[in-house]
Structure formats: structure tokens, C-alpha cells
Design a protein around this ligand. Sequence first.
Ligand code: SF4
Length: 219
Amino acid sequence: MSLNDFLTQHPRLTKSFKNFVHDFQKKMDDETFTAFLDTLDAELSRVSGELQAISPESQRARTLHHLVDSEIDSEKEIQVSCRKGCSACCHMEVEITNHEAQILSQLILDGHPIDRERLSRQSLRELQDPLWKQGMRNQDNPCVFLNSEGSCSVYEHRPVMCRRHSVTTPAKNCETLDATITVRYFPKVDLYISAANEDSTVLIGPMAKMISLELGGRS
Ligand code: SF4
């Protein structure tokens, strides 16, 4: 399979997965790279097909979460700095899918307490709003699910973008925003997410906006 055919066949690859594929192209001869693309193509189609067979959509998202967790857990030998209570990444923009918004909205409707006014204010921000770049310095930036101990109050239900975020540089670097931050890269996690995104029912957007839309649609 050629690279063009591969990209046409899989138009919703994550940006980082596309970069991963391009990096491999530089390291491999043509024959090996073609075989590599064939393998990726088969695996993307397999995972995508298996996920799309799952219903309802919220369960599809939960299955993706389990796949991602298993992959990250299988690579425990690499030291990660992320710890309970270090929450700088929970003050930044997080994108989620509409399927994940269904999970989180249901928790809210079931009584999980959040600051609805902050959710509303965050939902008015455009994608990549510069306010997110202020991180912990902006008091309106904390995720509505971040509790007073600096922990995620919906940890078991958190979106895939929160699950995949693993930093190897010191945790304090995440707080200052001007220090180097190295995020671990899991190619298989990216493959799973890319495969899940091939589902035509998947929409992606900023968390607060997606949750507000979902809540609005249910009231
Ligand atoms: S859902 Fe949880 S882990 Fe994700 S940004 Fe919000 S508080 Fe942090």
C-alpha cells in the first residue's frame, strides 16, 4: 500500500500518528515501509470495525478507554512524573468526543457536582482559545471535574486525552508553562484513537462545549 492510499483510506488519523508514520518512512526502505503500512492498515480496520460493532456509543468509548489503559499499563518500566494532586494539565484545553460527552453528562445528570457556571463560561471559548495558555494562572481554567485536592473526580470515566497524557519531565515543569515538557508517546494508543475516530458518528471538540451541547440536547 502506498502512503497516499493509506492516508486516503484513513483520513481521520491523529496528527501525532501521521507524524509517526512519516518518521518511519524516513527510516525504512520502500519495501519495508509498504509492508509496514499494510500492517497498520489491517490493524486500524480491525480495531475500528470491532469498536463500531459495540453499542451504545458510550460503551464504545469505554472500550477504547480500556484498550488505551491496557497499552499504557503494559509499558510501566518507563518512569512517569504524573502523580495524584499534580493537576497543571487539568487547567488546559482538553478535547473529547461526543461519545465521551455522553458519559460525563450522564454523571452530571446523575448528580455529580460541578460548577455549572464555569462549565458554561468555558463552553463559550473557541477551540484553542488563548486563555487556556495561561494554565494555572487563570482561575477559570480548572476542569470542572478537578476537585479541591487537585484530583480528577471522574477518574474512572475520564476522557482518552487525559488517559494518554504521561509526562517524563519533572512535574513542576508543567506548572510554569515556560519549561520543557516531554510527553511520552505510545504509537499503539494513537492507533487505537485513530481507529476509533474512523467511526462517522464521532465528533471531537473542547470538553466544556461538548458537555454543554450534550446536556442541552437532553434537557
Ligand atoms: S477529566 Fe479529570 S483528568 Fe481530565 S482534565 Fe478533567 S480533572 Fe483532569
